[in-house]
Design a protein around this ligand. Structure first.
Ligand code: COA
Length: 702
């Protein structure tokens, strides 16, 4: 199949790229583009060239899947871009859709650019642990100025067509960019083409400030390779001849593309897209129409969920059992909108319009006309069952009933509604209007169109959704449970909360945004403890009397974390400081539960004991079919739990460490400490993969 063709439109040569879905540049496209350029150069009758794309967008970047292949190199594509730039007849790019990465680099190698209004321009390579690698680091500053180029390359966020015009990235806007490009090409024909590489960087006099900012960013995150490479290539753009700058860019790009960090981030790019694909559902699966959403419970979670839907343009009805609860919920929503205004995300007028879509009610019947109702009362099974039964009767036929829970049995709640096909679990993360992850819990009887609708809604409200089956804690909290179990066991053995958090947060070991103890203190020890207590009381939790003894004891003592000033840490002006009281509690709990104390616990042991049981739990989650695929688990942890994207998620990291090593260390701890509760029992799947030297990330259900 031809991906790139050359033809003539009157006196204009036209190269057309047609490589669905997004015209990404892979080795074949690079080869055919070179041949198409040969054809234009052999066609002496064409006065100028237009480069355009078929389909829904101009080139949206390099083919990310090809970056991993051993024969991938940017060389041939870059040579073609250089040849394009060096031509003696002008080339104009006709732009629309998303002009990203290699697409923008292709456009910049042309001599003119015309874009449709609504086109987006960006350099998202940084989100893949890369820098632009096809002359972009040297050409963008010459077109847009160093400040704009540095910002676009550093934050990876696209800009709109108007901003691109103002910045000098494009020459004109046209409703029909193909025609606009032909008009510009004819205008430029006959004069020597203006090469981007020959332009001076317009704001080079103010380069000092920009470079200082880039250096500060690189110094602040020395474990990341991209900020340093961005600084160096931006410096090159203002201090080196073009060719030397390009040479530096090439060397840096080649190193980055082979780095584990970039491999990890590319893995996540595809993982997030894969997570949207649900076995058994397809384009043919029906979706239900949802325009009004009901939220039951106006607490922090309910108000956050309401804000997320209001922001996405939905009409929302919030109910609460008391007027005081409703008042509080309204003020949280107003606060959320005010902070969006303050951050420049919306105008005052937009915030007011958004709030106009909100209705409040004291009675559950207020949600009777909603297309979807999300019950977001606190984590109490009896309460949730009672509300579920009422919603089953109140909600109009065909309405979806979602229960927002982080641990509870969605199937029991579904049964209580007497219409389980309409029921689904949603596990939002707090603050719900900001956190990216949404775990969508598919019950045993959830209807396919219920699931399809909720996955679509998740995208509309800007969430990264991952489907989980029903089990205690679903994917994320089930794994977090073993992680916190070990954190508390280590405290009883003699490690301090700050040593544990230090290991977890250190980029040398892991690099999570926040360690487990700081996280629990922030979220509320009471919240965590109540869930564990209820789990155990329900008869399905662990029978080990020392299980998460620290959390339970802190709860009983009333030390609920930041909000009470004491928890795993003591808080002085909201800053955590080591707490002698908690250290004494750890000793007391160790004595009570027969745990041997040690003088020092190595950091490496802390990492292994927190991470490896989590990986083991993930293998069980896969084996049981709770998660569809390993990469879903990596998405859950990176999008919802602060696991660093540059590590690719816990399973990608496990493969990097080596499954054989993980299994050997699990066996070591089982042998050293005994394993009365099965905490160190290796899952058959994990052991089998380790023995076969296979990858966990690549595992697929037969
Ligand atoms: N390389 C390879 N595949 C790509 C790709 C790329 N640069 N960009 C998108 N795709 C694929 C996606 O994997 C997806 O495939 P699938 O349908 O098999 O899952 C498909 O194209 C559509 O992408 P998706 O993200 O689902 O569509 P969208 O309309 O929401 O967004 C883009 C389109 C182009 C904005 C978005 O895909 C994107 O940002 N792509 C990355 C661009 C990039 O980083 N370019 C620079 C690379 S160095």
């Amino acid at each position: 199949m031809t991906i790139v063709s050359y033809g003539r439109d009157a006196d204009i040569g036209v190269i057309t790229i047609d490589n669905p879905p997004v015209n990404a540049i892979g080795p074949a496209l690079a080869r055919e583009l070179a041949a198409a350029l040969d054809a234009f150069q052999a066609d002496g009758d064409a006065v100028a060239l237009v480069v355009e794309c078929a389909g829904s967008t101009f080139v949206a970047g390099g083919d990310i899947a090809a970056f991993g292949s051993p024969d991938f190199t940017a060389g041939p594509f870059n040579a073609t871009l250089q040849r394009l730039s060096d031509m003696d007849r002008p080339a104009v790019a006709a732009l629309f859709g998303t002009v990203l990465g290699g697409g923008l680099e292709l456009a910049m190698a042309c001599h003119g650019r015309v874009a449709a209004p609504g086109t987006r321009f960006g350099m998202p390579e940084v989100t893949l642990g890369l820098i632009p690698g096809s002359l972009g680091t040297q050409n963008l500053p010459r077109l847009a100025g160093l400040k704009t180029a540095a910002r676009m390359i550093s934050d990876g966020k696209p800009i709109g067509a108007e901003a691109a015009l103002e910045a000098g990235i494009i020459d004109a806007l046209a409703d029909d960019p193909g025609q606009g490009a032909r008009t510009l090409a004819r205008k430029l024909a006959g004069s020597p083409p203006r090469r981007t590489q020959d332009l001076p960087v317009p704001d080079r006099d103010q380069a000092g400030d920009v470079l200082a900012g880039l250096k500060a960013a690189a110094d602040a995150a020395p474990w990341l390779a991209t900020p340093r490479a961005i600084h160096d290539t931006m410096l090159a753009a203002v201090t080196m001849p073009y060719d030397a700058g390009v040479e530096l860019e090439q060397a840096r790009f080649a190193k980055l593309v082979a780095s584990p960090q970039s491999r990890a981030m590319r893995h996540l790019f595809f993982a997030e897209r894969e997570a949207r694909k649900i076995p058994g559902l397809g384009r043919e699966t029906a979706s239900r129409d949802v325009s009004r959403v009901g939220v039951i419970g106006a607490g922090t979670m309910g108000a956050g969920i309401a804000t997320a839907f209001l922001n996405a343009g939905f009409a929302v009805t919030v109910t609460d059992a008391t007027q005081a609860g409703l008042d509080r919920g309204l003020s949280i929503i107003q606060g959320n909108l005010a902070s969006a205004v303050k951050r420049g995300r919306m105008t005052e007028a937009q915030a007011a319009k958004t709030l106009d879509r909100l209705t409040l009610g004291l009675d559950l019947s207020a949600v009777g006309d909603c297309d979807m109702v999300i019950e977001a009362v606190f984590e109490d099974m009896a309460l949730k069952l009672d509300i579920a039964a009422q919603l089953g009767a109140i909600c109009r036929p065909g309405a979806i009933i979602a229960t927002n829970t982080s641990t509870l049995d969605v199937d029991r709640i579904a049964a209580a509604t007497a219409r389980p096909g309409d029921v689904i679990g949603t596990h939002f993360f707090s603050p719900a209007h900001i956190m990216r992850l949404l775990e969508v819990v598919r019950g045993a009887e959830t209807a396919p169109d219920t699931l399809q609708t909720v996955m679509g809604l998740a995208r509309k409200i800007g969430k990264t959704a991952v489907v989980s089956g029903v089990c205690y804690g679903f994917i994320g909290n089930r794994m977090a449970e073993v992680y916190m179990r070990e954190s508390e066991a280590l405290q009883m053995e003699g490690a301090s909360p700050s040593q544990i958090d230090g290991v977890v947060q250190s980029t040398e070991y892991l690099g999570m945004a926040m360690g487990p103890n700081r996280m629990l203190d922030m979220a509320g020890v009471d919240v965590g403890a109540r869930t564990v207590v209820e789990w155990i009381a329900g008869g399905e939790g662990p029978t080990d009397p020392g299980y998460r003894a620290m959390c339970r004891a802190l709860y009983e003592r009333g030390d609920h974390g930041q909000k009470t000033g004491e928890g795993y840490y003591r808080y002085e002006n909201r800053q955590p400081v080591p707490s002698e009281k908690t250290a004494a509690l750890a000793e007391e709990m160790a004595a009570k539960h027969g745990v041997t104390r040690r003088d020092a616990i190595p950091d490496q042991e802390i990492l292994e004991r927190l991470l490896f049981p989590m990986v083991n739990e993930a293998a069980m989650i896969l084996d049981e079919g709770i998660a569809y695929r390993p990469s879903d688990i990596d998405v859950v942890w990176t999008a919802g739990y602060g696991f660093p994207a540059w590590r690719g998620g816990p399973l990608f990291m496990a493969d990097e460490i080596g499954l054989d090593r993980i299994v050997a260390r699990m066996d070591h701890y089982a042998a050293r400490d005994g394993d009365p509760h099965g905490y160190w029992t290796v899952s058959p799947l994990l052991r089998q993969l380790a023995e076969a030297r296979a990858s966990l990330t690549d595992w697929r259900r037969e």
